[in-house]
Design a protein around this ligand. Sequence first.
Ligand code: ZN
Length: 431
Amino acid sequence: MKYHFSVSNPAERFVDITLTLETKSHKQLDLKLPVWRPGRYEEGNFAKNIRRFSVVNSKGEPLSFQKISKSIWRIFANEKDSQITVKYQYYANRLDAGSCYVDDRQLYINPIHCCFYTDELRNEKCMVELDVPFAEIATSLKQSGKRKFEADNFDDLVDSPFIAGSQLQHHSYTVAGTLFHIWIEGDYFPDQNKIVNDFTAFTKTQFKMMQTFPFGEYHFLIQAVPHTFYHGVEHLKSTVIVIGPSSGLHKRELYNELIGVSSHELFHAWNIKTIRPVEMQPYNYDGENYSPSGFVYEGATTYYGDLFLFRCKYFSEEEYFNELNFRINKHLSGEGRFNYSVAESSFDTWLDGYVPGVPGRKTSIYDEGCLITWMLDFLIRKYSGNKKSIDDVFRILFNDFGKKVGDIQQKITDRLQSNAQANHSKHFLLK
Ligand SMILES: [Zn+2]
């Protein structure tokens, strides 16, 4: 699948996207748009931002299509059509850490919002071409030419956001042979030494605990906005962080938030991007991926995000305990803890996980999960005479499960296939 991005009028906030793909002799192709994005476990229904959808064959002749669900377009190709081209526009008008945005100084795309796929081509290489007037492109995608990139497969593509900008700042550092990039879009010009030293410090501490990193490179894509804002989203080999007001980032309080969210998101490279609940292996982009483990992938990450800052001496003891105090106070003042467990609240993020919801119905997977991890850490330390800790649990999760995800995934696929075959023969026998 080859995706071409251009913007004819940034003020309109629409991005023009062209997708070219092989039909592989299929006369009928179901083009799907994901209904949610990893990192936010609720439906986003990105299809509502699509307009002017059309499809032609390689001769430019229009092909007919029909929507068969809110996010699936069925294309009817002719027998001789080996390739089709789909054109559409995507409304990119949301500058948060998980969305898409365009104006006259940047094109920021989280591809899961706006890239169609077919089940047949999901595991094949994807190409991206940008036709935009911006000189710099920040992304973890592999560069294959001028403004050309490629991804190993659709899953890699949709977890690799990019920012194309004309005023992007770039800093980098290396820890244990892994290259880290810090990209900044917006009016925030930090002291290079300070930001690189602070990022290096928490990165080294994370490496020291986890021992190996799952990826060869990692990118922090930071959007510094003029208004008050705080949002981070983890991706496979990168993270997007939107924070503001940019004028406040020179003060310790907001800068702490930037360092805090960056440390949190980096730990996600292990905890969710590599160590992931079986219910999400692989991600199902067509609907809910229910899991009771949100308090592990968000809560434990929240616990570690701050703890790493204390361990690397970025946080003073007082600053660290203030963060923990904040969680404890939220726990004590939250009536939901009497009514719903964190596992139930994790499962229900798909229902109302990102809004306050009905008073006292549920708990926060971030705060409660953080406190559970803290308690587990202390219990393990207590019963092992301080020889073991929750660090050992995460190392085991990473080495024995996360790293072997490919093998595990294959086993699941084999099992599903053999179940399908068994069902098929059963069906055949019944007939
Ligand atoms: Zn998180």
